[in-house]
Design a protein around this ligand. Structure first.
Ligand code: SF4
Length: 280
């Protein structure tokens, strides 16, 4: 896999005097682009169950097996660096019926509420990873879908309509990093890298993913005391193990989406971070 080449262009929000001014300019441009350069969307919307009932059976065991079979010893080596602590936290997570607290499309890990998360990211001693699953990149994405790249190109009519592009242009450069997620192991490795790179900060995450992924890997995040929010994707999601495993190899013919209300909640969290006095 190619090394991450981000961050790239000057972020559009930096060229405006306020959040509202920047967002209005972005939205007006996106509306114009939708008329002149319409993107392929979801042609036949069907509401799918987040996880098929047969897939839900023994899901924790399936998650464990998948993680072990596909790890190149990067995630597990971090787990084994403090075995007693991590095993203890893992048992505690398994003991609970769920590894998260759900608030609509927000799956909260280690936080009691979305407000507790936003209060935490206001603090200068946190490093925020904002991750986007490749499954909701537009089909026309100039960086390609199954890649860890995002050009968020100001001049590109696809980027100008893309929710991921909007978030990247809105986020501050300091103590905040966008990650474009190809696989479960990829995002785990990026978070572990950030933990090593920022030993004096708490690394927290805000990442988009299908409900199946959020359900499967929550225990593992809890075991290494990772805290953050998983944002549930809708649309053409993976809700079986077969679809999940294919998507991990880049086979994802459908388009997932962050629902409009949930987009707003993500942007609200980014705005909180951006307005922090040490954010740029
Ligand atoms: S902003 Fe969207 S369309 Fe543009 S490169 Fe990034 S993911 Fe692709």
């Amino acid at each position: 896999m190619k090394p991450n080449r981000n961050p790239l262009p000057v972020r559009m929000w930096n060229r405006h005097n306020s959040w509202n001014e920047a967002e209005t300019a972005w939205d007006q441009r996106a509306r114009k682009l939708r008329n002149s350069f319409p993107l392929k969307g979801i042609r036949h919307w069907r509401t799918l169950p987040g996880i098929r009932p047969s897939t839900r059976k023994n899901l924790r065991w399936k998650a464990l097996r998948y993680l072990l079979e596909n790890d190149e010893n990067k995630v597990m080596s971090y787990f084994w660096c403090k075995p007693l602590l991590h095993i203890g936290k893992m048992i505690r997570s398994y003991w609970s019926s769920r590894s998260y607290t759900r608030d609509n499309d927000f799956f909260l890990y280690g936080f009691s509420s979305a407000e507790a998360f936003t209060r935490r990211i206001e603090h200068a001693d946190t490093f925020l990873i904002i991750g986007f699953s490749y499954c909701h990149k537009p089909f026309e994405c100039p960086s390609g879908r199954f890649t860890d790249d995002c050009a968020h190109d100001d001049e590109n009519p696809v980027c100008g309509q893309c929710f991921i592009g909007k978030c990247v242009h809105a986020m501050p450069e300091k103590r905040c990093r966008p990650v474009f997620i190809t696989t479960v192991h990829y995002i785990a490795e990026k978070i572990i890298e950030a933990i090593h790179a920022h030993p004096n900060k708490e690394v927290v995450f805000l990442i988009t993913a299908c409900e199946l992924t959020l359900e499967m890997f929550g225990d593992w995040g809890n075991s290494i005391a990772l805290r953050g929010i998983g944002v549930r994707l809708d649309g053409q999601i993976c809700n079986t193990m077969k679809a999940f495993e294919a998507s991990e190899r880049g086979i994802k013919p459908g388009l997932a989406v962050v629902l409009p209300k949930t987009q707003q909640r993500m942007l609200d969290a980014i705005a909180v971070r951006r307005h922090h006095k040490t954010a740029s």
